[in-house]
Design a protein around this ligand. Structure first.
Ligand SMILES: [Zn+2]
Length: 207
């Protein structure tokens, strides 16, 4: 990873700052080690370091800092930098708490609206007669509360076959959907959302 630092002219920076006179606060090698540890701590083994996560995965930043200070001599300032510049957006800090945004093996409740957890494409199988109106008005929940999306093309075909022997599969661009402000929730193998605007449907495949 690149180092992180602070410059009086340029502010906080990753790599080197524009005026090249900024001071490095943590070198790249150490940054990598601390990030990796933090990820393990918040996703997989908080109890090993006496850090408690609430049901949404939040830990008190004080508890985490205590561990980081002892192991790596890291202070609050540097922790915030590591979180802010993380290339995969793995962490977030809010109200004196910190959590991993995705990738847990410990049990946590989540909206799973994180791009890291959502595949780039999701699929929806439907009756061929619905396609025109969906492409015009978007995909709305029919009898359910939410629109259901499948993880694979094959799963979507299976779902669509409940309605028609040769269903049509709509291909959804999830990044575009998230950018439109809609949340995508992962529920087992199924993903749900409240609505899919027509512009997020990138392909229509007949089977
Ligand atoms: Zn500078």
């Amino acid at each position: 990873m690149k180092p992180l630092g602070f410059c009086e002219r340029c502010g906080y920076f990753e790599g080197i700052c524009r005026c090249k006179r900024g001071k490095i606060l943590i070198d790249g090698e150490k940054r990598e080690r601390v990030s990796k540890f933090l990820s393990g701590l918040l996703r997989h083994y908080p109890e090993r370091f006496n850090v408690e996560l609430d049901e949404y995965g939040w830990a008190n930043i004080r508890d985490v800092l205590k561990v980081l200070r002892e192991r790596y001599g890291i202070d609050r300032n540097i922790l915030e930098l590591i979180v802010r510049f993380d290339p995969k957006g793995r962490f977030e800090i809010k109200n004196e708490k910190i959590r991993a945004k995705y990738g847990h093996s410990v049990r946590v409740k989540f909206n799973w609206s994180e791009e890291g957890e959502i595949p780039p494409r999701l699929y929806h199988g439907t009756h061929p007669k619905n396609v025109d109106s969906i492409l015009k008005e978007g995909l709305r929940p029919m009898k359910r509360l939410e629109v259901h999306l499948s993880e694979s093309f094959e799963d979507a075909v299976e779902v669509g076959k409940r309605y028609h022997p040769n269903p049509v599969v709509l291909v959804i661009d999830t990044k575009s959907l998230l950018n439109h402000g809609f949340k995508i929730r992962k529920k087992g193998k199924v993903y749900t959302t409240d609505y899919v605007p027509p512009e997020c449907i990138v392909d229509v495949v007949k089977t």
